[in-house]
Ligand binder design. Structure first.
Ligand SMILES: Nc1ncnc2c1ncn2[C@@H]1O[C@H](COP(=O)(O)OP(=O)(O)O)[C@@H](O)[C@H]1O
Ligand SMILES: [Mg+2]
Length: 360
């Protein structure tokens, strides 16, 4: 059968982090040959738009060869699935998935990673918003160039998110003085988080990325329990001390039954801006070892590069300000991996959105 060979070829597509291949996962919605024209419809239930280009590149020629088609029409869509929420908490209206970005300690690049990951998820075809819940150092307004902005309210009840580099955002930093927030105890902090989460008019959002306060104390624990999270990712640097803190982060989320999707190793190696030389400043293999030990994925390794810091200080994060560069590509790769791991780690809440319907 002609369509069987289409299936067989497309089934070779299985990027790292995918639980199943493109066909077995049901992402090929239909394939039909009419005369010399082959139409293939693909739907991905997570952010990964650039994978469509890769699929076309990898298989177009072979598909023509196998089917005798002289043209292929690709119909490609992203329809992000909603995944189960930890602790059975009710969803926030309009939000399909909440991804919390946490770290065992401050200064590891949690916010930098959260912001660029959010922007990359959006570039990969999802609708994304970002919530800065870091009461100790809300840095998203600075990083996204929105320091002077304040969320407005049309009805006196809900806040309108501040648009930051094309993302909907809200931040503790827009609302309170940093000095005030740092002395908050657990109940105050989680009340503020609940407000900002539930009283923002987010609209339709596929992924809400939440930049959590660093650390694993009571406040972080209380806050982690408040959020109807789909999964947490832990940002760490490769040093032993940072990894020890990251372990505590994994343990904290385990305690409150929030699944940890994996860890992101930031400042994994130094990438010299002058010569492109890679140097493992903080050692190698730490993130990998920890991931194996805790049976979580090592979702990505990001370089320490002067441009990443500079872009942040300029309020134009790398993925927004330099989207074509190799650093932005590293974040895009991370976003595709995170999207896929999230999808394959949990059963979507809705009945399966896609079934393989391969027409003859
Ligand atoms: N991969 C990186 N390369 C270069 N600088 C980085 C990188 N990640 C973070 N930084 C810089 O390190 C500092 C701390 O990062 P930040 O994201 O604020 O950390 P955290 O949120 O964990 O406290 C910032 O100045 C940021 O620009
Ligand atoms: Mg931060």
């Amino acid at each position: 059968m002609v369509i069987d060979s289409v299936k067989q070829i497309l089934a070779e597509f299985k990027p790292t982090g995918w639980g199943k291949d493109l066909v077995a996962a049901g992402f090929v919605r239909s394939a039909a040959l009419q005369g010399k024209s082959l139409t293939i419809a693909l739907v991905l239930p997570f952010a990964g738009r650039s994978l469509f280009e890769q699929i076309k590149q990898d298989f177009d020629v072979r598909l023509r060869g196998a089917t005798g088609a002289t043209r292929i029409d690709w119909v490609c869509d992203i329809e992000v699935a909603s995944l189960p929420r930890a602790q059975g908490l009710a969803a926030v209206q309009g939000i399909r998935n909440i991804l919390v970005v946490a770290s065992g300690k401050g200064g590891v690049g949690k916010s930098t990673t959260a912001v660029n990951l959010a922007l990359a998820l959006q570039k990969e075809g999802a609708r994304v918003a970002i919530l800065d819940a870091d009461i100790y150092g809300p840095s998203i307004p600075t990083m996204m160039g929105t320091v002077k902005e304040r969320p407005s309210s049309r009805d006196g009840k809900l806040m309108e998110p501040v648009m930051a580099c094309g993302l909907k955002s809200n931040s503790i930093g827009y609302l309170v003085d940093e000095q005030d927030a740092t002395i908050w105890r657990g109940p105050m902090a989680s009340k503020a988080l609940a407000q900002i989460l539930h009283e923002t008019r987010w609209g339709e959002v596929d992924y809400l990325v939440v930049d959590m306060p660093p650390g694993t104390g009571d406040i972080q624990l209380t806050m982690a329990q408040q959020v109807p999270t789909s999964a947490a990712v832990i940002v760490t640097t490769p040093q032993d001390v940072a990894l020890a803190d990251a372990r505590k982060g994994v343990a904290m989320f385990n305690k409150v039954n929030v699944p940890v999707l994996g860890i992101i190793e930031n400042m994994s190696y130094h990438l010299c801006s002058a010569c492109g030389h890679h140097e493992p400043l903080f050692g190698t293999g730490g993130g990998q070892k920890m991931a194996e030990q805790y049976h979580v994925a090592l979702l990505g390794q990001l370089p320490l590069h002067i441009d990443i810091r500079q872009h942040m200080d300029d309020g134009r994060p790398t993925v927004f300000g330099a989207p074509e560069g190799s650093l932005a590509q590293a974040y895009m790769k991370l976003a595709r991996r995170v999207g896929a791991e999230l999808y394959f780690s949990g059963k979507p809440i809705a009945t399966p959105l896609y079934t393989v319907a391969l027409d003859e």
